[in-house]
Design a protein around this ligand. Structure first.
Ligand SMILES: Nc1nc2c(c(=O)[nH]1)N[C@H]1C(S)=C(S)[C@@H](COP(=O)(O)OP(=O)(O)OC[C@H]3O[C@@H](n4cnc5c(=O)[nH]c(N)nc54)[C@H](O)[C@@H]3O)O[C@H]1N2
Ligand SMILES: Nc1nc2c(c(=O)[nH]1)N[C@H]1C(S)=C(S)[C@@H](COP(=O)(O)OP(=O)(O)OC[C@H]3O[C@@H](n4cnc5c(=O)[nH]c(N)nc54)[C@H](O)[C@@H]3O)O[C@H]1N2
Ligand code: SF4
Ligand SMILES: [Mo]
Length: 705
């Protein structure tokens, strides 16, 4: 980087969360001295508290600044600094050896959620010829929403807050966007719409920050969302609240759906969900009649093994009410640029068949999957047991699976078995501490990429640009490109700039042009289906999905009781009487990150378990007490947050907790980590392989000191 003692200001995009806030970065003498939110339709001149502490994260004394090689037993956290060439040469030679002796499928790629390098990791895996890459989201996060949208309406939908018409009703379903800013949809336009008078309905066992901005809060029993959606569909059809012209002209399978929901009355839904039938009717009426409406869905409906059918049931509400691709409703993405060239064709058919979980979970890893990936429990089992074949190396970019994948003990045992574990991260994490090589990854002001807003819909694009560098840190793309060159992989001659320019060709624009403009956001074309139909086989919205039927899945949505619940396991419920939900997002932290950032840690020092006073009092638990939360699988220590903002009988625990201040005790990974209580065992969702992160059974106990 050229040094200048003049203050230069650059525009880029924050990616601390999934990202998208346009930012002005002030740089002097090669150092980032200030960040300020810029105007953009997405962040509207605002940023969140994580963005504000960008310089503290960037120059944190614990940042990794050089490649490290392990010099003691795995996990002892003793390292030697090495240069990039040595690190990449050694890694490439070990990978080459594994691919020659065991085949490329014995090398797995792991990555985290929605990072800038997301598609580049997939490109690397494909060009290496391994079918086994994974992400701890996907089966449990967003993929069900993406695939269901595609099968049902032929494309991904997002809420429209950006045109002339604002939604009159916003139905938040297992979603707290005012905190989570997910998948390239930022909280600021959502909040603006609510403040401007959109009527909010929140379906959530917690009165979340978003629910507090809503007029209606429906505290549902966790894991029963499909039953609520079926009850609402029943009301909308039988009360005649549906959009008749739209349904007649633009949907298939209405009669089948109508017959299917006959018995799913609001009274039935009340017995399953614990919500009064009157509230179910009121919510259905408001969403269906006070239009345009948007349906903001989140991971709250994806963290159970019935994710396909839950998401399908919810998705049908949009179609029945005609809230698709109209101003102020949910709109179909414009997909304005070319997809990232992920080099799918480089994986042989024979290898694709070997993808772990691919044949079983067709919407996760099968050929119809969206960026098909491997099933996580299977990948870790292959590391541990060598079945169905050994996985000997894991290259892990931007993920901390010891905290974010279910059943942390098993993850730990699996990682210990590897011949080669490479972790690229910005900090030493519990997962990185087990590695053979740790590579220092660039932070967002050190990264060049193009980002799509919102993800998958790609209605707009924004340029992210490297303006500074700390130590020897390099972006994941740079690392992967250098590694690909050493392994002589197809496509390794292409630079990142080549790839970005290729994506922008339809605009007749280069990445250099985009950097100058910073944002490209063409006007939205509404009602695209009127010209070309929906992009489904019937060209209509498929209420009854023949595609799903042909794949062996239910063509109409159904309700299944969560496998571990007071209803399905009354015996277990005697010892574990409460329903456990995990991982509700917190403003201060992104999953397992930021516990070492003092300005953020000060605001939320301890891992919290939220419980209602009616649940806490019989155990003598008061606000601020330390408690054990137990499931059949283990116990963890949390601080009780006693609050009426949660349904009685539900316990909500923070996820992602480890303690950077305790390196000598494996960073305290066995103390308060939610995934010591979750299960990665079957049953899984039959299409996605989703395991259960929410709606589990637990008990609580005050820790006596
Ligand atoms: N119990 C429970 N578990 C959950 C969830 C839950 O709700 N409950 N949520 C699940 C969901 S939806 C998801 S998506 C997953 C997320 O799972 P992960 O993606 O594994 O989550 P993070 O903790 O964010 O891990 C990211 C790591 O990458 C590092 N990092 C950040 N940016 C970069 C970068 O640009 N490059 C590199 N190389 N490293 C970077 C961070 O320092 C951090 O150590 O967790 C899942 N796990
Ligand atoms: N600050 C911050 N932002 C993040 C993340 C982060 O870790 N920190 N993670 C990012 C990622 S990867 C994701 S996937 C998104 C997720 O973002 P959101 O979809 O907003 O996810 P959550 O906050 O996990 O869950 C939303 C709500 O679902 C509720 N819920 C739990 N169980 C159930 C249930 O059974 N039914 C219903 N109806 N509701 C339920 C929770 O109480 C919670 O309020 O956030 C992203 N943004
Ligand atoms: S909302 Fe996300 S992108 Fe915006 S400032 Fe916060 S962390 Fe950065
Ligand atoms: Mo996620």
């Amino acid at each position: 980087m050229a040094l200048s003692d003049k203050e230069n200001v650059f525009k880029s995009v924050c990616r601390i969360c999934h990202g998208g806030c346009s930012m002005l970065l002030s740089v002097k003498n090669g150092k980032l001295i200030k960040v300020k939110p810029a105007e953009s339709p997405f962040n509207q001149g605002q940023m969140c508290i994580k963005g504000r502490y960008t310089p503290e994260m960037m120059y944190h004394p614990a940042r990794l600044l050089s490649p490290l090689k392990r010099i003691s037993n795995r996990g002892e956290n003793k390292w030697q600094e090495i240069d990039w060439d040595t690190a990449l040469d050694e890694i490439a030679s070990k990978l080459d050896n594994i691919r020659r002796t065991l085949g490329p499928e014995s090398i797995a790629l792991g990555q985290g959620t929605g990072r800038h390098h997301y598609t580049h990791v997939i490109r690397f895996a494909n060009s290496l010829g391994t079918p086994n890459w994974y992400e701890p989201g996907l089966a449990n996060c967003l993929l069900p929403r993406i695939m269901v949208s595609q099968f049902t309406y032929g494309g991904f939908v997002v809420a429209d807050y950006y045109g002339q018409v604002l939604p009159k009703t916003i139905l938040f379903w297992g979603h707290n966007p005012l905190v989570s800013n997910p998948d390239g949809e930022l909280s600021f336009p959502v909040k603006k719409a609510l403040n401007a008078g959109s009527f909010g309905i929140a379906i959530d066992p917690r009165r979340s920050e978003t629910a507090k901005h809503c007029q209606m809060w429906l505290p549902i029993r966790p894991g029963t969302d499909a039953a609520l959606a079926l009850g609402m569909i029943h009301v909308i059809i039988n009360e005649g609240f549906y959009d008749k012209p739209f349904v007649e002209k633009w949907t298939t399978g209405f009669n089948e759906l109508k017959a299917h929901v006959t018995n799913y009355t609001p009274q039935w839904a009340e017995t399953v969900t614990g919500l009064p039938a009157g509230d179910i009717v009121a919510a259905a009426r408001r969403y269906a009649l006070d239009k345009p409406s948007v349906l903001e869905w989140g991971v709250g409906i994806e963290h159970t093994p019935n994710s396909l059918q839950t998401v399908r049931a919810v998705a049908l509400l949009r179609a029945l009410t005609g809230n698709i691709d109209k101003p102020g409703s949910d709109i179909l993405g414009m997909n304005i640029i070319r997809p990232y060239p992920v080099m799918t064709a480089s994986v042989s058919r024979e290898m694709i068949k070997k993808r772990i979980g691919g044949e079983q979970f067709k919407l996760l890893g099968g050929l119809r999957g969206f960026l098909p990936s491997a099933h996580i429990p299977g990948v870790f089992k292959a590391m541990r047991t060598g079945e169905p074949y050994p996985i000997k190396a894991l290259l892990n970019f931007g993920s901390n699976p010891l905290t974010t994948v279910a059943n942390s003990k098993e993850v730990y045992q699996s990682l210990l078995k590897l011949d080669l574990l490479v972790v690229a991260d910005m900090f030493m994490t519990p997962t990185a501490a087990l590695a053979d090589y740790v590579l220092p990854a660039a932070f967002w002001p050190e990264v060049t990429q193009l980002i799509e807003m919102p993800f998958v819909a790609e209605n707009a694009i924004v340029a992210q640009q490297k303006v500074v560098q700390v130590g020897l840190c390099r972006s994941d793309e740079e690392i992967l490109i250098d590694l690909a060159k050493r392994l002589n992989l197809p496509g390794s001659e292409e630079t990142l700039e080549d790839i970005l320019n290729y994506r922008l060709e339809p605009f007749n624009m280069t990445f250099g042009d985009l950097k100058e403009k910073s944002l490209v956001y063409p006007p939205h074309e509404y009602r695209k289906f009127e010209k070309q139909g929906f992009r489904t086989p019937s060209k209509k919205v498929e209420l009854y999905s023949k595609v799903l039927k042909n794949m062996g899945y239910d063509p109409l949505p159904c309700y299944k009781e969560p496998p571990e619940s007071p209803v399905s396991q009354p015996e277990t419920a005697k010892d574990f009487p409460y329903v456990l939900i995990t991982g509700s997002r917190r403003r201060e932290y992104f999953h397992s990150e930021h516990r070492q950032i003092n300005s953020l840690r000060k605001r939320r020092q301890h891992p919290l378990a939220e419980v209602h006073p009616d649940t806490a009092t019989p155990h003598g638990i008061s606000d601020g007490d330390w408690i054990y939360v137990r499931s059949k699988r283990g116990k963890i220590k949390m601080m009780a947050s006693v609050t009426t903002d949660i349904k009685p009988g539900v316990v909500n625990i923070d996820h992602g907790w480890w303690f950077p201040e305790k390196p000598e005790q494996e960073f305290g990974i066995w103390e308060s980590n939610a995934n010591l209580l979750t299960s990665n065992a079957p049953p899984y969702d039959p299409a996605f392989g989703t395991y259960q992160l929410r709606a589990l059974l637990c008990s609580i106990e005050k820790i006596l000191t």
